[in-house]
Design a protein around this ligand. Structure first.
Ligand code: ARG
Length: 454
């Protein structure tokens, strides 16, 4: 029997096959049959399985996506079934996540507000796409996710799902009345025989995938308070790191392909680098960021591989791209970071930005040496068969091929607009008197030093 009472159900749901556009929006939409829930295997989404069934009288199918970094909790599928799911999908999307989402962001150099490598933001469109595909395969009429009403992730899921299949409804139990305290959730789960995940209550809200670990809430909400040691799980404290090491990263077409000469597939490379660089305290990011929903929020990230790879990639671009490509690339990176952060992955603009960035990367091949030293990743050297760096032009030593005399004519033309402008301003502007404001020592040929001026 279906419940007729669904106060929080949006009225603009999936319509009948041929939808009557004149139907007033507040009319009762058809009952839901099946919903596909993005299921992490944690307590919140386990409770959400049962809550959705009870609230909407609907069949629940769960989808758990392994995006690396420990995001796949052991026993997730069994727990979903214990919570009442009729079917539990578990998908290993690590390779597709790196190749389809992380690599384009790396090639573009996309960091939100110059700091956050976008780990969580990059995984959301992938999970949304899988939710839609499972919903279509299952003939479901809705998808659901466990996001709250004040974060970015709800926006990312909602807009991506609607972009990919506008007929699907999106339900976020946390936004429509499921709000329970942790203790209430535990009681709710026990009453229903739901297998409770074995994890102690974390003081933080954490999201992980192989591109990074995002940590928020708790004591971190005071932006003046230093993050406590327990906020970190992937990185050692920089002061406790072992002696510095140097690492060589090989790139082909703007993508990392090897570590210290050892070819690695994308997933192994990122996971290996997280381990290595995290072990040297590299990758901690403490950031006050601007959420899409309009609030400033203090976030702590651990992203060892992302920090190292962005630094190395930028260094190799410095050697192989033109000055103008680099400057314009910064604009593209900023736009791409914003659109990714804002959940607009599936827009034409985003696709165009990705395609532009990729089009520049053919020459970004070579090697970068990076020193991992107590929390810092510093580029120590770079080389490329496609380098634009010409030692004969750059050198101050013998063999200098640069035409010094031609600099005179170049500077004359280059400086022409400034001279023209200065000529106009000299007539009106008061001359600056810097010399009268600084201590000056003057030495004459045959006299003791005298001090003049201030
Ligand atoms: N602030 C980051 C973002 O919006 C990370 C959010 C991660 N969620 C969490 N529960 N820690 O992309």
């Amino acid at each position: 029997m279906r419940s007729q009472h669904r106060p929080d159900r949006p009225a603009h749901g999936r319509g009948p096959p041929v939808r009557d556009k004149r139907r007033p929006p507040q009319m009762e939409s058809p009952p839901l049959n099946k919903v596909v829930l993005a299921y992490s295997g944690g307590l919140d989404t386990s409770v959400a399985v049962a809550w959705l069934r009870e609230r909407y009288d609907v069949e629940v199918v769960t989808l758990t996506v392994d995006v690396g970094g420990g995001s796949l909790r052991p026993g997730a599928a069994g727990r979903a079934i214990s919570a009442g799911a009729s079917r539990a999908y578990v998908v290993d999307a690590r390779r597709q996540f790196v190749e389809g989402f992380v690599w384009p962001a790396l090639q573009a150099g996309a960091l939100y507000q110059d700091a956050y490598p976008l780990a969580t933001a990059l995984a959301r469109p992938l999970i949304a796409q899988l939710l839609v595909e499972v919903a279509q395969a299952e003939g479901a009429d809705a998808v659901a996710h466990g996001c709250t009403g004040k974060g970015n992730d709800q926006v990312r899921f909602d807009v991506a799902v609607k972009a990919l299949d506008g007929r699907l409804e999106v339900i976020a139990p946390m936004r429509v009345g499921m709000g329970m305290s942790r203790d209430q959730e535990i009681d709710y789960a026990i009453e229903r025989g739901i297998d409770i995940p074995v994890s102690h209550a974390s003081p933080y809200s954490i999201d992980v995938n192989l591109w990074g670990r995002s940590v928020e809430t708790g004591v971190l909400e005071d932006p003046w308070a230093a993050p406590p040691a327990d906020a970190y799980a992937w990185t050692v404290a920089p002061e406790a790191a072992p002696p510095a090491v140097e690492l060589t990263i090989g790139f082909e077409g703007g993508l990392p392909v090897s570590l210290d000469g050892r070819a690695l597939d994308p997933v192994a490379l990122v996971e290996g680098l997280n381990e290595l660089a995290g072990g040297h305290g590299v990758g901690r990011i403490d950031h006050v960021e601007d959420r899409l929903v309009g609030i400033k929020s203090r976030e702590v990230y651990e992203a060892p591989a992302a920090v190292v790879l962005h630094a190395a990639h930028r260094a190799l671009e410095g050697l192989t791209l033109s000055k103008d490509q680099i400057r314009f690339g910064r604009v593209v990176a900023g736009e791409m970071a914003q659109a990714t952060y804002d959940g607009l992955w599936f827009t034409r603009l985003q696709r165009g930005l990705r395609e532009y960035a990729r089009s520049t990367q053919g020459v970004v091949s070579g090697e970068v040496r990076v020193r991992l030293d107590h929390g810092s990743a510093v580029v120590a050297g770079r080389r490329s068969p496609n380098s634009l760096y010409d030692r004969a032009l750059a050198t101050y030593d013998e063999g200098d091929a640069f035409d010094h005399a031609s600099a005179v004519g170049f500077i004359s033309i280059f400086g022409l607009p400034l001279r023209t402008e200065a000529g106009r301003e000299r007539a009106s502007a008061a001359p600056t008197r810097l010399l009268s404001e600084v201590p000056v020592e003057v030495v004459d040929q045959e006299a003791e030093p005298v001090v003049v001026g201030a």
